[in-house]
Write a protein that binds this ligand. Sequence first.
Ligand code: ZN
Ligand code: ZN
Length: 211
Amino acid sequence: MLENISEINIVRIGKCITYSSLKEIGEKIVKSFRGMIEEFKIFHHEAPAVDTIDALLLTMILHEEIGGHILGITDADLTTQDEDEFYNTIFGGKNAMNDVAVVSTRRLEPSDVTSEANYDLYVDRTIKVSLHEVGHNFGLTDHASYKSAQDGSLCPMSRGEFNKFGYLGYVRAIIDGRGMNFCDECTQFLKKSRPFQRRFARLLKDKCDLH
Ligand SMILES: [Zn+2]
Ligand SMILES: [Zn+2]
């Protein structure tokens, strides 16, 4: 796994986001993971229009059909088998059995995505959830939201209490609060793990991470 980690395949599933926004997402990922990710490719995956899809199933489909290090972006709700109903639908997930992370844009939409400002916010949120999930591909783990990057924004690996915020509150407080730079601890981890990234990712991610 993670043999080709310096290259990421960004796969759009559905029509949620424009090609130029996918390019922007790819560029920001390369920037935030400087030295780790050098290039990205964009794919479109034709899929039947569905309202919900199981997150792990989607990672398996993308792994089979495209392969490699993947970030899938779908406009369907991602569902899980979690027994806590609050976690039944999630913003993103990562399957430790392959190198595929998936993000759902469904709950990141401001009320009116046709306005330009709201569309920009929607893309910005998608980038932030994407950085978090790709971070898991490198073995980073969630941490509390009080850890900030040097620019004062929350680290992309920040996580808050779902039950405390609710979906919309979570998006505004945690996802909107995140920046594009990782906190010192995460940055150090990425630097140290670089020579060992393949092995580390396997050792640290022995279970699926869904939220
Ligand atoms: Zn996470
Ligand atoms: Zn961090």
